[in-house]
Design a protein around this ligand. Structure first.
Ligand code: KG4
Ligand code: ZN
Length: 346
C-alpha cells in the first residue's frame, strides 16, 4: 500500500489531494477569485495567493483523508508547465515536506496528469488510448500506451482551446474565465445562426488564433454584414446592442465551431491510429457541447468514450496524486534540487 500526498499550484488553483494506491481519499481545491477583476490570471497575485492557501489546503486534504503526515509515503507535486512563481510555491512546499519527512519527492508533469485523470474513476479506458487534452494553455492529442508512456501526436500551433473560449468571452465583454459562461449562454442559443471559419491546418495539429480574429471582425461588423473586416463598420453602441440581443446565438455558434475543430482532429487521430478507446481531459472537457459532441461521435464511430467526472477535468491535485502513484510504483523519484519549469519539457 502506498499513500501519496499531492500538491498542484501551476496556475490559479491551489490544490492538494491524498490517494491510497489508485484510490483518491481527498481532493481539495482553493480557487483564486482575485483574478476575475483583471480579466485573466495575474502571475504575481497567483503566487501570493498560493502562499496564503497552501497550508490550509494541504491540512484540509490530510484531514479529509483521515491521514497524518506520518502516514504519507511520498510527496508528489506539479513541476511543469505553468506560471513559474506559482509552481515555485507548490514545489518548495513539497520539497520541504519531503525533506522533513525523509520521504521520496515525485515531480509530475501537469499535462500528463490531466491525461491520467481518466484513470481515477470507473469506468476506465484500457491501453492504448487516445486523449484529447484541452485546457487554458494546451490543446493536445496524446497517445497513451501505459500510465508513464505517452506521446503527443497533435497540438495547437497557436492558441489553446481554452484560450479560444476565454479570448472570445473577453471580446464579447464577459468576465474571466469566459469558457464556463460561453457554455452557459450557448445552452440557450442556436449553434447554426452564425458561421465561423474552420482553420485549414494539415495533420493532427490545431489552430485557434484565426477563429478568434474572425469573431472579433464579425462583431466589429455586427448587424451590418457577414463580411469579416478589421475596421468597425458599426458604432460601439450598435456593436454592444448586437451582442446583447444575440448573446446566446453568438456563444452557441462559437462553441459549435471550437467543438467541431476539436472533434474533427480527434476523429482523424482515431482513424490514423486505429484506436477506439477515446478520452478527454483538461478544463475545456467540462464544456457541455464538447461532452455531448464527443458522446454522439463515439456512438456513431463505435468508440469507447471516457469523460472524467467534472472535478477531475479542471485543475486538481487528484490527477497529480494518481500520476505520483504510478511514478512511485515505478521508483521514479526526484532530487530535492529539481527546478520547476514554466515550459512543457515533454
Ligand atoms: O485545465 P484547466 O482548469 O487549467 C489549465 O491548465 O489551463 O483549464 C482552464 C480552461 C479555461 O480556459 C476555462 O475557460 C476552460 O478551461 N473551461 C471551459 C469550461 N470550464 C472551464 N471552457 C469551456 N466550457 C466550460 N464549461
Ligand atoms: Zn490544467
Amino acid at each position: 500500500m502506498a499513500t501519496i500526498l499531492a500538491i498542484e499550484s501551476s496556475c490559479d488553483e491551489t490544490a492538494a489531494a491524498v490517494c491510497c494506491d489508485a484510490k483518491i481519499l481527498s481532493n481539495i481545491i482553493a480557487t483564486q477569485k482575485i483574478h476575475e477583476q483583471f480579466g485573466g490570471v495575474v502571475p504575481e497575485l497567483a503566487s501570493r495567493a498560493h502562499m496564503q492557501h497552501i497550508v490550509p489546503v494541504v491540512d484540509a486534504a490530510l484531514k479529509k483523508a483521515n491521514c497524518n503526515l506520518s502516514d504519507i509515503d511520498a510527496i508528489a507535486f506539479t513541476q511543469a508547465p505553468g506560471l513559474i512563481g506559482a509552481l515555485l510555491v507548490g514545489g518548495q512546499f513539497a520539497k520541504s515536506l519531503a525533506l522533513s519527512l525523509n520521504k521520496p519527492l515525485i515531480a509530475v508533469h501537469h499535462m500528463q496528469a490531466h491525461v491520467l485523470a481518466n484513470l481515477i474513476a470507473d469506468p476506465k479506458p484500457t491501453f492504448p488510448f487516445l486523449c484529447l487534452t484541452v485546457s487554458g494553455g494546451h490543446t493536445q492529442i496524446v497517445l497513451c500506451e501505459s500510465p508513464l508512456s505517452m506521446t503527443v501526436i497533435g497540438q495547437t500551433i497557436d492558441d489553446a482551446a481554452g484560450e479560444a473560449f476565454d479570448k472570445t468571452a473577453k471580446i464579447i465583454g464577459l468576465p474571466y474565465p469566459g469558457g464556463p459562461l460561453i457554455d452557459k449562454y450557448a445552452k440557450e442559443g442556436n449553434p447554426n445562426r452564425f458561421q465561423f471559419p474552420e482553420p485549414q491546418i494539415q495533420g493532427l495539429d490545431f489552430s485557434f488564433s484565426g477563429l478568434k480574429t474572425s469573431i472579433l471582425y464579425f462583431l466589429n461588423n455586427a448587424g451590418a454584414s457577414n463580411v469579416y473586416k478589421q475596421e468597425f463598420v458599426v458604432s460601439q453602441e450598435d456593436r454592444a446592442a448586437f451582442i446583447a440581443q444575440n448573446l446566446n446565438d453568438i456563444c452557441a455558434s462559437v462553441q459549435q465551431r471550437i467543438v467541431s475543430i476539436l472533434l474533427n482532429k480527434l476523429s482523424k487521430a482515431a482513424l490514423q491510429t486505429g484506436i477506439k478507446e477515446i478520452c478527454i481531459a483538461g478544463g475545456v472537457s467540462a464544456n457541455s457541447g464538447l461532452r455531448k459532441g464527443l458522446q454522439e461521435m463515439g456512438e456513431q464511430k463505435k468508440w469507447n468514450v471516457f469523460i472524467p467526472p467534472f472535478e477531475y477535468c479542471t485543475d486538481n491535485a487528484a490527477m497529480i496524486a494518481i500520476t505520483g502513484y504510478y511514478k512511485y510504483l515505478a521508483g521514479q523519484y526526484d532530487d530535492l534540487n529539481i527546478a520547476p519549469s514554466a515550459k512543457s519539457s515533454w
